[in-house]
Design a binder for this molecule. Structure first.
Ligand code: DX5
Ligand code: ZN
Length: 217
């Protein structure tokens, strides 16, 4: 397991009219990565942003961009997102027939590959791909929107990944995303998570620094 707990504020919940300033603010407040949610209106019922916006974020961000693709056929777009500046690029196992080749392509193009799954999907679906990735993301809400409630039954997946990582890849980033606050982050950390995405909890708090620190435990 990676030893440090990393905090990745999700810009989905920030003030989009001031997105550059919001990124600077969470960077000053001690964030480790910037989490960017990409939605296409097909894989999920919401539409957010594409490669040109990621390229703009890259100009203002000093921290790594952790890009979470909630799009169908991600293989068509991984090159554009990496050229735009994605440092970590995570795809959904349900989104393509070509999971392994897409993950390998992400690595060849110079980014860190990540794999994730919907809450309804069994953890076994991603097991064949764990050796190909640097990051495994456990969705603790249904992907699509910020501000939803944490699904506690998903913590079993974190336990599974922590056991897997201990044997096969102690450096694996085990990330959780959805409904993360001080209490749910603690539950996930105790299960072995080491990267914590938080949208509402950080951006709806007046003090980004204390919100971020409280997630570290
Ligand atoms: C949901 C996104 C999350 C979302 C989390 O589909 O993947 O990254 O921004 O938001 P909160 O922390 O508010 O649940
Ligand atoms: Zn996300």
């Amino acid at each position: 397991m990676a030893s440090v707990n990393l905090i990745a504020p999700s810009i989905l919940s920030c003030d989009f009219s001031r997105i550059g300033e919001e990124i600077k603010s969470v960077e000053k407040a001690g964030a480790d990565w910037i989490h960017v949610d990409v939605m296409d209106g097909q894989f999920v019922d919401n539409i957010t942003l594409g490669p040109p916006v990621v390229a703009s974020l890259k100009k203002v961000a000093s921290l790594p961009l952790d890009v979470h693709l909630m799009i169908v056929n991600p293989e068509k777009y991984v090159e554009s997102f990496i050229k735009a500046g994605a440092d970590i690029l995570t795809i959904h196992v349900e989104a393509t027939q070509n999971v392994g080749s897409t993950l390998n392509r992400i690595r060849e193009l110079g980014a860190k590959p990540g794999i994730t799954l919907r809450p309804q999907t069994d953890i076994q679906a991603i097991e064949p791909y764990l050796k190909l990735v640097d990051l495994a993301l456990v969705m603790t809400v249904n992907p699509g929107f910020g501000g939803q409630s944490f699904m506690p039954e998903q913590v079993d997946k974190v336990n599974y990944l922590a056991r897997w990582a201990k044997v096969h890849n102690p450096q694996l980033f085990i990330e959780v995303d959805g409904g993360i606050n001080t209490e749910t982050a603690k539950t996930c950390r105790q299960a072995g998570a080491n990267v914590f995405v938080a949208g509402n909890f950080v951006f709806k708090n007046k003090d980004y620094g204390s919100a971020i620190n409280s997630l570290r435990g």
